[in-house]
Write a new protein. Sequence first.
Length: 361
Amino acid sequence: MIEPNPNISAMAAYALPDIGAPGEAPLVILAQNEHPFPPSDNIRAAVNAALSQGNLYPDADWRELRAAIAAVHHLRQDQILCGSGSMELMLALVTAYLSAQDRILVTEYGYLFMRTLAQLVGAAIDSAAEKAYRVDIDSLLGAVRADTKLVFVVNPGNPSGSVIHNDEIRRLRDGLPDQVILLVDEAYAEFVDSDFHDPLFDLVDRGNTCVTRTFSKIYGLAGMRVGWGLFPAHIGDNMRKLLNPNNVSLLSQVAACAAMRDQTRAGEAARYIAGQRVGLSVALSNLGLSVIPSQTNFILVDFNTRNRAVSAFEYLRGCAIVVRPMGGYGLPSCLRITIGLERQMQRTVDALGQWKAQQNE
Ligand SMILES: *Cc1c(COP(=O)(O)O)cnc(C)c1O
């Protein structure tokens, strides 16, 4: 047999989410934190118009897109990199900086993709305990070792949905050695109101901190694959050696530009989703379920035992509703439910109400 690299063969196959069999009645998919609404007319018009240039390579420098991002967030364009999803940027950062001699520090319930990246480069991974599903800065600082090279924090968290204040992230940065890279994944930042938006972008000027965001969540372009991030110039230069030089397709760049320029729509989406999230959280709490407080487009529901979570998952699946089991995150008693349309949320509440009524408790 032809053998792959040993670290690759040791990796588990990517677990595809359940999206139903062909011919099966359409499912309500609440498993991938997707946006409930399709792209706006503005986005569609821009994409349609750009199609006529489909014979040309896209702008390898993402100039218009970087300008649109910089204008909204008051950033320096030369610190912005765009990726085929923010996952591509994380991959480039880890490939460029981590090796089998290094350690990556993550939080207990942090994004699993970082574990995949650690395996890819053979780096060891350490995990810092969270407190009540929240990132705990002291436990992170306590888990830093001499060979820790990257600390990865997701804020707001996935799958917890919880937020820690950016002052806490600043305290983390201040407590880390200068030669440790801090990567803050802010895929859900735009869902948080309050004073979260005292943004972290200025930390990037210190030369050792990176922040990633995405068009997949608030902007509803998961299918277009566009992420972006802010990176110190010396780190960005090395990452660019690894990115596919035409990594973001022409149509994706155009769609992302139109989405970024329409902050009104993003704000409306955030308000709609927050309203549905509150409604779903209250309804499930009224059913006696424990809902972890979330500021994102999903909620984590703790069913107390693995068996109850499996039973609820299967009941929902029988009602053509697909949510996300959390065993892979070390949370086998939990399910993660993406916030969708009002009628989808109502169906979910009804189904879980029926499930609850069936339990002999
Ligand atoms: C959805 C998500 C992303 C976004 O990934 P893309 O590659 O930009 O689609 C990043 N981080 C976390 C934690 C996410 O949940």
